[in-house]
Design a protein around this ligand. Structure first.
Ligand code: MG
Ligand code: MG
Length: 260
C-alpha cells in the first residue's frame, strides 16, 4: 500500500520527524567512551515516553527478525549494520556506532539513522565509509520531488556508493512511511533512473543508504536481529524521512529542526 498524506497531516509528520531528530541528536551526544548500549536504549525509551510518542520498534515482529524487537532503538556497532539489538556492550574509543530510530506521534511515523565514531579516534577508512552514506543520502534526497520516480532516487544513491568503491546490497533499502513505519514503495540503494513509482506531493519516504566496506553479504547474529557484514568489515548507515511537496522534497528529520 502506498499512502499519500493530505496537507493537514503534514504538520504531524513534521512533528514526528523533529522528535526523532531531537532524540538521535541527544543520544549521539551521550554516546561516549564507556556508554553501554542498554543505557542508550533506556534513554531512548524515556525520551519517547516523555514526548507522549510511541516506539515503532518495541512490538515490531517482521519476517526478517526473531519475534518482537523488545527495544526502543537499533544500536549497531562496527560490523553490525542493520537492526542492531541493544545488548550489554560498553562503547570504546573508535567504535563506529549506528543509531536507527523510528517513532510515531499523533499517528504518523518518522525514521532516521546516523553513523558516527565514538571518542577521539578518527580512522580514515571509517570516516570515508560514513561520508559515503551521507553523500549518497543527500544525492537521493536531491533526486526526489514531484514527478521524479523511485528509480531516480535509487540511481542517485547507487551512483555515489559505487563511485566510493563500495559493494551494494539490495536486500534492504528505503521505504514508504506514514501511519506505519514500513510501507511501499521499496527504495533499493541502486537502480535505473526513470523506473518505478512516480512521486507525488504528500508521499513520505525514508531513504537509507547503508554500506559495508568490502562485501555485499550479510550474516544474522545469534540474537536473531542484528545483521552484520559477512567478512567482519565495518559498516555505515544514514537515513532521513522526507516529504514530497509541490516544490521538491523536505527533510523532516534534520537536527536543525529540533524544537527549542
Ligand atoms: Mg530506520
Ligand atoms: Mg527505515
Amino acid at each position: 500500500m502506498i499512502e499519500i498524506l493530505n496537507p493537514t497531516e503534514l504538520p504531524r509528520a513534521k512533528q514526528a520527524g523533529a522528535l526523532v531528530a531531537h532524540i538521535l541528536h541527544t543520544l549521539r551526544g551521550r554516546s561516549t567512551v564507556g556508554t553501554n548500549l542498554l543505557e542508550i536504549d533506556q534513554w531512548a525509551a524515556a525520551m519517547i515516553a516523555e514526548a507522549g510518542a510511541q516506539s515503532c520498534y518495541v512490538d515490531y515482529a517482521p519476517s526478517f527478525g526473531r519475534g518482537p524487537f523488545g527495544h526502543y532503538i537499533c544500536t549497531s556497532v562496527n560490523d553490525a549494520v542493520l537492526h542492531g539489538l541493544p545488548h550489554d556492550y560498553t562503547l570504546a574509543d573508535g567504535d563506529l556506532l549506528t543509531l536507527d530510530l523510528a517513532v510515531s506521534t499523533n499517528g504518523i511515523a518518522a525514521d532516521s539513522a546516523i553513523s558516527f565514531l565514538v571518542g577521539d579516534s578518527r580512522p580514515a577508512e571509517s570516516v570515508a565509509l560514513i561520508d559515503a552514506t551521507e553523500r549518497a543520502l543527500s544525492a537521493g534526497i536531491a533526486a526526489a520531488g514531484p514527478g521524479a520516480r523511485i528509480g531516480d532516487i535509487s540511481h542517485a544513491i547507487g551512483t555515489v556508493l559505487s563511485a566510493a568503491g563500495y559493494p551494494i546490497n539490495t536486500e534492504f533499502g528505503g521505504h514508504g512511511i506514514g501511519s506505519t513505519m514500513h510501507q511501499d514503495p521499496h527504495i533499493s540503494n541502486t537502480g535505473r533512473p526513470g523506473r518505478g513509482y512516480k512521486l507525488r506531493p504528500g508521499l513520505l519516504l525514508a531513504l537509507e543508504p547503508w554500506v559495508m566496506e568490502d562485501t555485499d553479504q550479510l550474516v544474522t547474529d545469534p540474537d536473531g536481529w542484528t545483521l552484520r557484514s559477512a567478512t567482519g568489515c565495518r559498516t555505515a548507515h544514514s537515513e532521513h524521512t522526507i516529504a514530497i511537496t509541490e516544490d521538491g522534497a523536505e527533510i523532516l528529520t534534520l537536527p536543525t529542526q529540533v524544537r527549542a
